[in-house]
Write a protein of this length. Structure first.
Length: 46
């Protein structure tokens, strides 16, 4: 593997970990399935 290949794999791994971290934060905020589907009512009118 070249250095460029290793850097690409590290970038993909960092992106995956970042997405998992965001998901974990959002799961902690949800109290029920309704919160998940409705966004806990936190979204105002768009």
């Amino acid at each position: 593997m070249t250095t460029a290949d290793i850097l690409i794999l590290l970038a993909i791994a960092a992106y995956l970990l970042f997405m998992l971290w965001i998901g974990w934060i959002c799961v902690r905020k949800n109290e029920s399935v309704d919160d998940f589907y409705l966004g806990a009512g936190s979204w105002g009118p768009l």
